[in-house]
Design a protein around this ligand. Sequence first.
Ligand SMILES: Cc1cc2nc3c(=O)[nH]c(=O)nc-3n(C[C@H](O)[C@H](O)[C@H](O)COP(=O)(O)O)c2cc1C
Length: 226
Amino acid sequence: MSSREPSFHEVVKNRHSARAFLPSPIPNDVLYDILHEAQCAPSNCNTQPWSLHIVAGEKLNELSHALTTDLKVGSYCLDFTFDKEAYPNPFRQRASEQGRSYYQALGVARGDNLSRSEVVERNVKFFGAPHVALLFIPAVGDNVRVASDAGMYAQTFLLSLEARGYAGVPQAVLSYFAQTVRRILNIPENFKLLYGISFGIPDKNHPSLSYREGRVFVEDSVIWHR
Ligand SMILES: Cc1cc2nc3c(=O)[nH]c(=O)nc-3n(C[C@H](O)[C@H](O)[C@H](O)COP(=O)(O)O)c2cc1C
């Protein structure tokens, strides 16, 4: 999409979670190139334990309707637990900060429940994206190793999108509806939903793209022993 190939450095620095997309889909041949690159991700013993279900068109509408209904009636079914409150600090604080900056960018006031629920609902509408990828992993032991392999795959996929001027957003929220997703996409019970990734052409004029999440200093994450 861009006239010049971005450098690796630019791709890594510029990748961010887009939460607003234009309706035009990514051409199939380009999507295949992206998927070939994602397939280069490393994995334990080269097991490549990821199974990606890409949904578009009518099926995407069907999925969105079903998940919107589940969300409205509070019908959740997660394959893996997710509890922000269980994170020790400083990790929990970072999650609060992320929520604050995101809602601020969207102009949602604290305690504004209607708008907040609308913001959550945008997740199950895939932020207007023409595609969503549902990332499944086979159930293996405590699943930690398999999930970490799938995370490498997901990041390679996201970087490959970025390198071509596209964008995506990983969405744990979609994993709250694992059973519905399995039913609609006819996925066997022994494949577990890690998260979804809505992706496509980012709508750069949307307020949610007006800010970038910061990062802590390297020294806060890396401990040297020498
Ligand atoms: C595994 C995972 C799950 C996520 N789930 C959601 C989600 O459900 N909804 C959402 O809007 N963003 C979600 N995000 C995006 C994060 O909020 C985002 O990656 C983080 O704030 C850093 O911002 P950046 O991706 O723009 O650099 C998720 C990211 C990851 C890696």
